[in-house]
Design a protein around this ligand. Structure first.
Ligand SMILES: *Cc1c(COP(=O)(O)O)cnc(C)c1O
Length: 404
């Protein structure tokens, strides 16, 4: 069970007012708020042991290196990777995907096929389009239905020995759909191709076990799960990562450098050129500790209750349509009311202290599918309450009266 009153005390920002109203923060799918435990971890680093890692013999450098590598082990254990060096630190999901796309440019030939799901965030579409332009590989789309669910029969038809890589999110940030990734991975492996799962939207709610999923690559961002911005991870199976060429050249990623030839370091350093976001990585570990202290299953169960309550109350509003009606969803509600532009609703809600997202949510193809410019998206986290949902419903009714 979740003690939401106690949890809210960990998030100083939840006490502030916005436009004279108490903040109701329902933009968790864009970024989550940060508990004091994570903020203190960052402050502690800069106050007490700020130093570059893996380099100095001095004590501060060793303390920073130990904390950085301890974070790698926490993340390895949270996602149940087989080895710590299968966790690569990046600046986030977008960066992780670009590392794989860049590496794949040396593994593909013209006519090879890549499959993208219809539910992807732009960061899991655009790097692949750029890659196809460079290599002559072909990008094909796994379609979705009206409910916002991928049509797996169509995946079966698309898969062939030409397929090299399939990329799909674990959870859609625009609709909240939880994709059946275990089933997808099995189907894709049957034709000898690899799977990249974008876990950015799943990891705040679902604990993925990369070994039991048997996934080749799994990527996420710390800022979606109570960590800081600008840091994330790329999990790759050892065999998959060893096949990929390095992404950036520089310090820290080499074994030996001469002007004639450079040899690269092994995993994970091959992909971690330059000074990383050291405090960010350590805080990423602290964020997972925080989530685990509440319990991922408790979080999921409570958020499911918020989703059920929010869906029920919003459905009572005449003319309101919810996009994304998968049986298995996280606590994301994307909606429109009649012909009112989502931006207008979002602006009025903000005047009443309520933060929701409006627009295409970096997933324009989904909006095109429904033939809408965008939606209003309310996304809940474990520190949100039923009362906040009720406040949003009241505010929304006021907004509708003003706009209709
Ligand atoms: C947020 C998000 C991203 C992008 O994450 P960044 O931290 O901006 O790189 C990608 N995919 C999904 C599903 C997301 O929710």
């Amino acid at each position: 069970m979740i003690d939401v009153k106690k949890i809210r005390k960990d998030f100083p920002i939840l006490e502030r007012q916005v436009n004279g109203y108490p903040l109701v923060y329902f933009d968790n799918a864009a970024t989550s708020q940060t508990p004091v435990q994570v903020i203190d971890t960052i402050v502690d680093y800069y106050k007490n042991y700020n130093a570059n890692i893996h380099r100095g013999v001095h004590s501060l450098s060793q303390e920073a290196t130990d904390a950085y590598e301890a974070a790698r082990q926490k993340i390895q254990s949270h996602f149940n990777a087989a080895h710590p060096y299968e966790i690569i630190f990046t600046s986030g999901t977008t960066h992780s995907i670009n590392i794989i796309a860049s590496g794949y440019s040396e593994l593909l030939k013209a006519g090879d096929e890549l499959l993208v799901s219809a539910l992807e965030h732009h960061s899991n579409i655009v790097p692949w389009q750029m890659l196809c332009e460079r290599t002559g590989a072909i990008l094909k789309v796994i379609p979705m239905d009206e409910q916002g669910v991928l049509i797996l029969d169509e995946l079966d038809k698309l898969l062939s020995d030409k397929t090299k890589l399939v990329f799909v999110n674990h959870v859609s940030n625009a609709l909240g759909t939880v994709n059946p990734i275990a089933e997808i991975i099995e189907k894709v492996h049957a034709v000898g191709a690899e799977v990249l799962v974008d876990g950015a939207q799943a990891s705040p709610h679902i604990q993925a076990d990369v070994q039991s999923l048997n996934v080749d690559y799994y990527v996420t961002s710390a800022h979606k799960l109570c960590g800081p911005t600008g840091v994330g991870m790329l999990f790759g199976k050892q065999v998959a990562l060893e096949k990929l060429p390095p992404y950036q050249g520089g310090g820290e990623m080499i074994a030996e450098v001469t002007f004639e030839k450079t040899t690269y370091a092994g995993l994970p350093h091959k992909f971690e050129a330059g000074t990383p976001n050291i405090s960010g990585v350590i805080a990423f570990g602290a964020a997972l500790d925080y989530m685990n202290s509440i319990g991922m299953e408790n979080i999921a169960a409570y958020e499911e209750e918020l989703l059920v309550h929010g869906t029920k109350e919003l459905m009572k509003i005449p003319g309101l349509k919810i996009y994304g009606e998968a049986a298995h969803k996280t606590a994301v509600i994307s909606f429109n009311v009649g012909a009112i532009h989502p931006y207008d609703i979002g602006s009025i809600l903000d005047k009443m202290g309520i933060a929701v997202r409006t627009g295409h949510h970096c997933a324009q193809p989904i909006m095109d599918f429904y033939k809408i410019p965008g939606t209003v998206r309310a996304s809940f986290s474990f520190y949100n309450t039923f009362e906040e949902i009720d406040l949003m419903v009241v505010a929304l009714k006021k907004a509708i009266t003003m706009l209709q």
